[in-house]
Design a protein around this ligand. Sequence first.
Ligand SMILES: Nc1nc2c(c(=O)[nH]1)N[C@H]1C(S)=C(S)[C@@H](COP(=O)(O)OP(=O)(O)OC[C@H]3O[C@@H](n4cnc5c(=O)[nH]c(N)nc54)[C@H](O)[C@@H]3O)O[C@H]1N2
Ligand SMILES: Nc1nc2c(c(=O)[nH]1)N[C@H]1C(S)=C(S)[C@@H](COP(=O)(O)OP(=O)(O)OC[C@H]3O[C@@H](n4cnc5c(=O)[nH]c(N)nc54)[C@H](O)[C@@H]3O)O[C@H]1N2
Ligand code: SF4
Ligand SMILES: [Mo]
Length: 686
Amino acid sequence: MNNYIKEETGVFKSVCPLDCPDQCGLLLHKEDGRIVRVDGDPEHPVTRGAICNKVRNMTERIYDAKRLRTPLKRVGPKGAGLFEPIGWDEAIGTITAHWKELIADKGAEAILPYSFYGNMGRLGTEGMDRRFFNKLGSSRLLYTICQIAGTEGYKATMGGSVGIDPEDTVHSQLIIMWGINAVSTNMHQIMLAEKARKNGAKIIAIDVHHNRTGKWADWFIPLRPGTDAALALGMMHVLFAEAMVDEAFLEAYTIGSEELREHVKAYDPVTVAGITGVPADDICKLARIYGSTPASFIRIGNGLQHHDNGGMAIRTVSCLPALTGAWQHKGGGAIKSNSGHVQHNTRALQRPDLRERPTRQINMNLLGSALLELEQPIHSLFVYNCNPALVAPNANKVREGLLREDLFTVVHDLFLTETAMYADIVLPATSSFENTDLYLSYWHHVVQIQEPVIAPYGESKSNVELFRLLARSMGFAEEAFRDTEADMIRQTLDNESNPNLEGITYEVLADEKFRKASVKPLFPGRLATPSGRIELYSSSLKTRGLPPLPTYIPLPDEGAMFRFIPAPNHNFLNSTFSNNDKHVRMEKQPKLIMNKEDAARLGITDGDYVRVWNSRGACELAASVGADVLPGVVVSQGLWADDANGGKALVNSLTPDREADMGGGATFFSGQVNVERLDRQPERTA
Ligand SMILES: Nc1nc2c(c(=O)[nH]1)N[C@H]1C(S)=C(S)[C@@H](COP(=O)(O)OP(=O)(O)OC[C@H]3O[C@@H](n4cnc5c(=O)[nH]c(N)nc54)[C@H](O)[C@@H]3O)O[C@H]1N2
Ligand SMILES: Nc1nc2c(c(=O)[nH]1)N[C@H]1C(S)=C(S)[C@@H](COP(=O)(O)OP(=O)(O)OC[C@H]3O[C@@H](n4cnc5c(=O)[nH]c(N)nc54)[C@H](O)[C@@H]3O)O[C@H]1N2
Ligand code: SF4
Ligand SMILES: [Mo]
């Protein structure tokens, strides 16, 4: 094992830990024991030395004066933010004493862990923590907040999270960015697309917002929220009607093409134009460009699946490359997620065998209801790698739940987040640069290791170390709780069922820092669907009570004025950086982007403050009036910290906690809101 902490000065290879597909290789420049500069690693095969501005400014976050240094205990009313420092022994002792009593009294299911990928290191997000909660027998969390509906939808068509190698997209002749704001959320896909563009590729963006990616594309196609499946079906209608499908590919690699051919007759361009708002001529033009370009590539984003019909939307879009046989051509096909290619050994990492009996599962998108409405209540919540008071849907309900006097809440984080404000005990977390961890991207195929470059900040501890301490204090005797990080990486990479990881070991990574998995093209080949083929008709969806063929299902109508899309922004990563001054300055101010016709009707001019509300909550934002969204649609960007606009920028107070059609996914973008002009200004502007 390397010991970089001892080296006061130097340049060290590292990994970006954030929940971003690019998972860049980094170079950390260290002087006198402190990181002074963060650069991209030019040797990384995919990210090649380029990184985003957020992470270039990462030192602002890891050395932010607001970072937690010691454990804290609450000394005031819940949510008031009054805390006192305590030692680690007291903190761990208090937590486990409370839990032992709770387990004896109510059973371990009264405890709920709540986490996500605030740091993508596998050992910290699905390692020692999962082992601990499995052994404890707590309620289990369903990790549904991000990509699950789309993952399920894509799986119905393609059998798993597998697409093409993004490095091949330099050979694409047509690139469609579908519901992805890649300029902000997947910048290296843009860099690869730029190379393809130099070779003559055309770039199309399909979105509800003329965002940075739409402005960069050659052709931006705006459509109404939640109507993507209809647009894709309209394209299929034209492809079949004009004989632009690859019959040989359909015959060899798909099932259900005859049923689909019949089914899409109902989705003629005029009908689809009425649903999507995309003119019929444009639907035909799009289908013809797609149908006449062999190496066409669709980068499928997360935007279109954060809807009630999101699973089916992704399932439908992911059928398109099969119709034209795009998968056979270098640079042709699609990427939704590539995590299936680097599938690690989750059983060895998470040790589900430590769980003695089956326990209830709680959908993380329904945290508010879980805290307020369960017949067998949650009495203790343990939050790490996640900031649900800001990021979870229906956030006012979440906060109401967090206020419960009889809820014992622990939060492990680098900062006193909005969620930590409600905690009984707060524990300081190390940053990823202080830990050893394993990184597997969900976009490229490069497997990477992080080894500690700097010493833990203050008294902070990594997730792995924290759960080791908790296990010891609970008296858990299993070897699994004494494994070192190196042991855990070895176990995780040892996955007999995934030959792509062959040759990638802890030793190789410690020595080389990254190694690319050896992933073969999908075709010719057998998929992991029940039939082994691309399933244009899916019997398994039918068994689950869903339409077996790709189908457009309209979004529910909540009866308010506008469809509201609270999307991510450029300079934050979810809520990460929303509390770091430099990043807030770069992002300026929380806004509501609206169409000029709607604004005129409501007497709103650019820069006015507006109140945005529905039955779940209200926000105050600055109107940005123009033509970047269709009438009837409003968009906000970023998950702003509570101190923005005097605490009135909580967009998730407006979002629905309904479950999407597949996997219990989130429906952040399917809500509706009303908007009115405010005479006063918010109390404070970021
Ligand atoms: N800078 C930055 N990068 C990030 C993140 C961040 O917060 N900031 N978050 C990270 C995470 S966790 C994720 S999951 C990814 C998400 O990144 P993306 O995959 O890009 O997904 P989103 O940004 O959620 O949504 C993309 C776009 O979908 C559009 N959209 C909304 N509804 C619809 C619809 O019905 N149809 C279509 N076609 N478009 C629609 C929105 O306008 C939005 O611009 O980005 C990761 N990278
Ligand atoms: N309105 C709206 N809401 C959304 C979305 C949206 O597009 N619109 N996107 C959704 C999506 S796709 C996602 S993925 C979620 C993400 O939401 P979250 O999972 O909450 O992600 P982050 O906000 O990045 O931050 C997580 C927290 O983890 C902490 N953290 C970082 N590293 C560590 C560590 O090593 N240990 C511990 N203990 N903590 C650490 C950070 O300091 C931060 O406070 O948000 C969702 N919420
Ligand atoms: S956030 Fe994404 S683009 Fe930025 S450095 Fe990290 S992995 Fe790279
Ligand atoms: Mo996400």
